[in-house]
Design a protein around this ligand. Structure first.
Ligand SMILES: [Zn+2]
Length: 458
């Protein structure tokens, strides 16, 4: 079986099934693109054997919100201590110089880091298209294929600039017909709804303060026509709530509901400032949430009521968010952040490590409307993250090596990351990528962007 992998003698395999099964000294066998078997003492002639002694195996994690282009503008001087609206206005003048080449470079860095930290499926939300630019999302899809990650890009948009009362400068916005046409093009060209799909396209107007209600409504109609998912930022800051109240006389959730945006095909990023009665409505509508703890803390936006979402039955996935507000695409780091965050808001027992891991796997799969990823079982996608816990940063955690993934660990790199049955991270390194060369190119691009915008303070 040349296309088989046998992960042998793992310290623990956390299946993320409904019962929360975890097997000790267990094996996972993949065949082609799927998981073929899980258990002890498995054998398969001709399979490549990965010796997983000392390792913890979990389903590949799912990142439900990202802006890969921002990977080239991490730790931006001048915006490190700004809240969302000021931070955005500062970055618009940098991001307005994006090109397809830069989009591909940012995607290679961001998606590479995600793979290295155990993520096997990621979304992207590109919403700033410099005037005249085409092919940003196409370039990201090409980069995702090259790296071998499962990809859910969304066609973002901004159509209301400063002159129309929106936040972005006018030259960072696009004509609404052009936006709708490009969304249609991308769905037709790349969206694959089949089981085990490697690419599904979604539609994602940026936020209430940068698009019109008409565009939100028309985008929802498009998505339903083509059966693709809808995504946007919502309830991220109190500034946004005030904007919606002042402009539309509605809170953000009432606003999007009035445009047909509360449904089981919608997942919303952030959802920090949400009232209890609104949580019930979200659960009833089947809306999912992309929870981005590091970004919410970095921008001082607040701590979302995730415990209440989960208790109400809302699907919650985990997300690193754009790398200008995290400033990292460390998926396991985000699990740790989520484990810690809610203890401050909702009590020490409110977010066990396993529940954060479940959000990062099962929760993310649900948020993206997929039943073929996020769990280890025969017939599921062969997407796996194998962490070596036989290291000094996990030493002394033998009592619970699964929880240790969230509670310990200085380095979050996997030993192996497997996507679609292929090894894409081998011994902690991206397969087929010169990481140093990639980092050098990203740093050079970063400095060019900063200089061009007059933002290179240091
Ligand atoms: Zn975002």
């Amino acid at each position: 079986m040349a296309d088989s992998l046998l992960i042998k003698n793992a310290r623990r395999v956390a299946l993320m099934d409904d019962a929360g099964t975890e097997l000790a000294d267990a094996d996972v066998l993949t065949r082609g693109r799927e998981i073929a078997a899980v258990g002890r003492g498995l054998s398969a002639e001709g399979a490549r054997v990965l010796d997983a002694r000392g390792c913890v195996v979990i389903p590949g994690m799912v990142n439900t919100h990202h802006h890969l282009c921002q990977t080239l503008t991490r730790a931006t001087p001048g915006a490190q201590d700004a809240k969302l609206f000021d931070w955005l206005v500062y970055h618009y003048k940098i991001w307005r110089r994006l090109t397809p080449e830069l989009a591909a470079l940012g995607a290679r860095v961001g998606l590479g880091e995600l793979l290295l930290t155990g993520c096997t499926t990621s979304t992207d939300h590109t919403y700033l298209y410099p005037r005249g630019s085409t092919g940003l999302v196409d370039a990201q899809i090409a980069a995702a294929r090259e790296l071998g990650i499962r990809f859910h890009p969304t066609r973002g948009s901004m159509s209301v600039g400063e002159s129309g009362g929106g936040l972005p400068p006018d030259d960072c916005t696009q004509d609404e017909d052009e936006i709708l046409r490009d969304g249609e093009r991308l769905v037709a060209k790349y969206h694959d709804s089949a089981r085990l799909s490697m690419c599904r396209v979604g539609l994602a107007p940026c936020a209430p303060f940068s698009v019109s209600p008409e565009l939100m409504r028309e985008t929802a109609a498009q998505a339903r026509r083509w059966k693709v998912r809808l995504h946007t930022h919502l309830c991220e800051t109190l500034d946004e709530t005030e904007y919606c109240l002042a402009r539309y006389k509605m809170r953000p959730i009432d606003f999007v509901e009035s445009l047909g945006w509360l449904g089981p095909d919608v997942w919303l990023a952030h959802m920090v400032h949400v009232e209890d009665r609104e949580i019930t409505r979200l659960a009833r509508a089947g809306v999912a949430v992309a929870h981005c703890p590091s970004s919410n803390f970095r921008l001082g936006s607040g701590v979302p009521p995730v415990r209440k979402f989960l208790d109400a039955g809302v699907s919650v996935g985990l997300a690193v968010d754009g790398s200008a507000s995290n400033d990292s695409s460390d998926m396991l780091g985000e699990v740790r952040q989520a484990t810690l965050a809610h203890r401050v808001k909702s009590g020490v027992g409110s977010m066990p490590a396993r529940e954060a891991l479940r959000m990062a796997t099962r929760g993310g799969a649900a948020a993206l409307g997929r039943d073929d990823i996020g769990r280890i079982a025969p017939g599921m996608a062969a997407d796996l993250a194998v962490f070596d816990t036989d290291r000094v940063d996990f030493a002394g955690a033998a009592g619970d090596p699964v929880a240790a993934l969230a509670l310990c660990g200085a380095s979050h790199r996997t030993k192996w990351t497997i996507v679609d049955g292929k090894v894409v991270v081998e011994d902690g390194l991206l397969v087929g990528v010169d990481e140093r060369e990639l980092a050098r190119r990203a740093d050079a691009a970063c400095m060019d962007l900063l200089r061009a915008a007059g933002a290179a303070a240091r």
